[in-house]
Ligand binder design. Structure first.
Ligand SMILES: [Zn+2]
Length: 109
């Protein structure tokens, strides 16, 4: 058990921090930096072909949104070997922004 304020560890069975009186928690939150570093990627859309996938990827990256492109072969570093459909993934916290960018793109096509 941990105190969320003092970040001290206490024995199981103790419910409140003897120092500050806060309710103890089972796990401390990860430091913020680590959470941002490992941002969770969520599914954005399916690109029907290489051209669309490239266009979406480049537009997202132009807007400072890192994205993952997955095909049947898994996550790719580059788009070179891609044929057929590809799935685009973006960081969870950038999802709304990405969705708007993608919709603008689709409307413009
Ligand atoms: Zn405390």
């Amino acid at each position: 058990m941990f105190c969320p304020n003092c970040r001290y560890e206490y024995k199981p069975g103790i419910e409140q921090c003897p120092d500050c009186g806060a309710d103890l928690v089972k796990k401390l939150d990860e430091p913020k930096l680590a959470v941002e570093k490992e941002s969770k990627f969520v599914f954005l859309c399916v690109a029907q072909d290489l051209v669309s996938a490239t266009l979406i990827k480049e537009t997202l990256e132009f807007n400072d949104i890192p994205c993952l492109v997955k095909s049947a072969g898994g996550i790719m570093a580059t788009l070179e070997p891609l044929s057929g459909q590809a799935e685009i993934y973006v960081p969870e916290e950038k999802y709304e922004e990405s969705r708007k960018i993608k919709e603008q793109l689709v409307n413009g096509l």
